[in-house]
Write a protein that binds this ligand. Structure first.
Ligand code: HQG
Length: 184
């Protein structure tokens, strides 16, 4: 497949970008250190490292310390340990206030009350502790509507909330049962 020295070279470079300097090739790690496999391969190739999916799988499986792992669907990859970048530490699991708010646009309401608040392209659903912030967030999408989220009720059922360093409340999803429209 590839020579040992080529394998080692790719592995070292993977350690560098998956643990320390993702920005070196322009990838982004999520809060748990995962990054998109297709994007990683594209960016590695742009950096002059000839890597395709088969080669990447080989490097991961043959690594002497199993430094890297794919997720179950093989579309994300991360380093198993040894990070110097601040993954996870940005988001602390917290007891939320009784109520949090989510700003959205009127046009999304039907869908939200059908399938709940979903994280869409992001890692979490973003919530705020105050109404003004929610209105501003909602305005980005159209005519703003503020939803009241029964955060503490969710929390008591075991659902997790995180507070980012910049004060944004985060959770995985919110089912319609915990949502109400704030009447202005
Ligand atoms: C909506 C900015 C249909 C959701 C802001 C939102 C925020 C659904 C949109 C941060 C849905 C996603 C996040 C469903 C959710 N059906 N629509 N089932 N579930 N939606 O931008 O909360 O500049 O990904 O209501 O300040 O607007 O990035 O999320 O309208 O904190 O740092 O789908 O983005 O910060 O939109 O904004 P977004 P968001 P940054």
């Amino acid at each position: 497949m590839i020579s040992d020295s080529e394998n080692k070279k790719i592995s070292k470079f993977l350690s560098l970008v998956l643990r320390h300097q993702p920005e070196k090739v322009g990838i982004v790690l999520d809060e748990n250190g995962w990054t998109d496999v297709t994007e990683l391969i594209d960016k590695l190739n742009l950096s002059g490292l000839g890597v395709n999916f088969e080669v990447l799988k080989y490097v991961v499986s043959s690594n002497n310390k199993q430094r890297f792992a794919f997720n179950d669907t093989l579309d994300k990859i991360r380093a198993n340990q040894g990070h110097s970048v601040d993954i996870e530490l940005n988001y602390k699991s917290q007891t939320p206030p009784n109520i949090l708010y989510h700003g959205t646009a009127e046009k999304y309401l039907n869908s939200i009350f059908e399938s709940g608040l979903q994280k869409m392209q992001r890692h979490h659903v973003h919530l705020s502790a105050d109404v003004d912030t929610a209105i501003k967030v909602g305005q980005r999408h159209g005519k703003p509507v503020v939803l009241i989220v029964s955060a503490n009720e969710m929390y008591t059922t075991g659902l997790e909330f995180f507070l980012s360093d910049n004060g944004v409340w985060l959770t995985d999803s919110v089912i319609p049962q915990y949502l109400k429209v704030l009447n202005s």
